[in-house]
Design a protein. Structure first.
Length: 209
């Protein structure tokens, strides 16, 4: 067993333990911290699989943005723990069924890989006639992904960017709608203000002790 495989099994075991901690922690803040830890371990596994871009995106987007925002929301809200537990017991049977299906699917994939009867691998080998070539010494999947995004998929990328920008503008406009008693800024009045109307210079004689 190589050192890379040892690291993979170690981080996979820690990932499983942290995932169990997410669903068993009684405190929502502790559950969110367990989820952050699970994301970090997943990023390390992506690095071991030579998927550097996915690892960095997982850390930057999920850990650096989504989970930090989620932590702030959880810590600021007054969460009713009793109500959450009642909902957990209500949906526990459905969750168990979904978990068993996921475990069965993962087990089937692992068994097909170990038995050498992977349908996807066989289909790719049958179509090409040869196995996938090994990556070159200076190969970077992040560089290749960037080339694809900014050449072949440039227009879909720009369309997705425009859609996200529109969504941000709509979200801001929805939060800024007029309500009773809301104080808003008049930008035109602020820009056209005159210093003589706002500042008064008072001259005072110097005081002597």
């Amino acid at each position: 067993m190589s050192f890379t495989e040892i690291l993979f099994y170690v981080f996979s075991a820690v990932l499983v333990v942290s995932s169990i901690g997410v669903i068993t922690a009684r405190n929502p803040v502790h559950a969110a911290l367990f989820l952050v830890f699970a994301f970090f371990n997943s990023a390390v596994i992506w690095l071991l699989m030579e998927a550097e871009f996915l690892a960095i995106v997982l850390v930057l987007v999920y850990v650096g943005a989504v989970m930090v925002l989620f932590l702030f929301v959880v810590m600021m809200l007054d969460i009713n723990i009793a109500q959450m537990r009642a909902g957990f017991t209500k949906y526990a049977p459905l969750g168990i069924v979904v978990a068993l299906i996921v475990v069965a699917e993962i087990g089937s994939v692992v068994w097909l890989k170990s038995s050498g009867t992977d349908a996807i691998t066989n289909a790719l080998g049958a179509s090409s006639g040869t196995s996938a070539p090994a990556a070159a010494a200076g190969y970077s999947n992040t560089l290749e992904l960037g080339k694809l995004l900014y050449t072949e998929y440039l227009y879909p990328l720009e369309l997705a960017s425009v859609m996200l920008l529109v969504a941000i503008v709509v979200a801001i406009s929805l939060t800024m709608h007029k309500r009773a008693g809301q104080k808003v800024q008049d930008i035109n009045a602020q820009v056209s203000v005159n210093a003589k109307d706002r500042v008064r210079i008072v001259k005072m004689a110097a005081e002597k002790e």
